[in-house]
Design a protein around this ligand. Structure first.
Ligand SMILES: Cc1cc2nc3c(=O)[nH]c(=O)nc-3n(C[C@H](O)[C@H](O)[C@H](O)COP(=O)(O)OP(=O)(O)OC[C@H]3O[C@@H](n4cnc5c(N)ncnc54)[C@H](O)[C@@H]3O)c2cc1C
Length: 249
């Protein structure tokens, strides 16, 4: 059972009709980069609650969440109408195992693969500048969206790329639009036909570690290809593997 506290909306930014970010001020417990909080709104004495990944680093008191308004969605349609100064409910604790602690530190390459708002936990992890990140030879951050107008955190990705001084490689992928600056296609297909690795200039191998976040179909399909090509499987406390995942629905 979550302990709920009240948070105040400090900012809400509508990037497109469906994508928005909210910044909340709330005295939650310290979280680990990669974790999520629950956000809720009380209606008729019942809390409607869903999970949202932290986007900001743990040392930043402004809690930022990047959210897709799901057309038929219950909570996101309510969150979408929030205004600066409104109050919402947020879990005091944060949760989840999509964190650096789960990744064996002998991995050479860390692949962070996201669709849509699934970019959030990676931004939080990278913004934490955790010293374990510097143990990887390279970190590859991949953000796939339908259209270039959905790449709202590309400036932040570019800023991080500079800050990591050659350690961090970034790549965007669009699935519904061609653009000079992005690859085109579906992540699992681009891995299957080697296009993604060729473009990055690095190949996945048994010393790579892959994080997958966002669309559950992308996660299922990518895992199938990673198993077929490289015999990669999930990493858990019982079995050593190369993949961890955060399915958003
Ligand atoms: C660990 C975790 C972290 C998450 N972090 C984020 C986050 O940072 N940002 C974010 O936007 N969402 C995130 N989600 C998804 C979020 O918890 C909700 O499921 C989502 O916002 C929809 O809520 P809703 O009440 O509007 O829709 P609901 O009424 O709960 O759902 C309607 C249906 O929409 C589908 N659906 C849910 N999300 C999506 C989506 N993004 N695109 C298409 N279909 C969808 C589901 O199949 C669901 O049956 C996360 C989920 C998990 C499990």
């Amino acid at each position: 059972m979550s302990t709920w506290i009240l948070g105040k909306v400090l900012n809400i930014r509508h990037w497109t009709n469906q994508l928005f970010s909210i910044t909340i001020n709330a005295k939650i417990d310290t979280f680990i980069a990669g974790q999520f909080s629950k956000i809720g709104i009380k209606i008729n004495n019942k809390i409607i609650q869903r999970a949202y990944s932290h986007l900001n680093a743990p040392n930043n008191p402004n809690l930022e969440f990047y959210i897709t308004k799901v057309t038929s969605g219950t909570l996101t349609n309510l969150l979408h109408t929030l205004q600066i100064g409104d109050t919402i409910m947020i879990s005091k604790q944060s949760y989840g195992q999509f964190i650096l602690d789960k990744i064996p530190n002998h991995s050479n390459y860390l692949w962070m693969i996201a669709t849509g708002t699934g970019i959030s936990p990676y931004l939080s992890i990278l913004e934490s500048f955790d010293k374990r990140l510097y143990l990887f030879l390279k970190i590859i951050l991949i953000h796939a969206t339908r259209y270039s107008k959905n790449l709202n955190y590309l400036p932040k990705m570019t800023e991080l790329q500079k800050a990591y001084n050659g350690k961090l490689l970034i790549q965007t992928i669009l699935s519904r639009e061609y653009s000079f600056n992005s690859m085109y296609g579906y992540i699992p297909t681009l891995i299957e036909n080697n296009t993604l690795e060729k473009k990055i200039g690095l190949y996945l191998n048994n010393n790579s570690y892959v994080m997958l976040c966002g669309n559950p179909q992308m996660i299922t399909d990518t895992k199938k290809i990673l198993k077929k090509k490289y015999n990669m499987k999930n990493h858990s406390h019982k079995n050593t593997g190369n993949i961890i995942q955060e399915r958003y629905w």
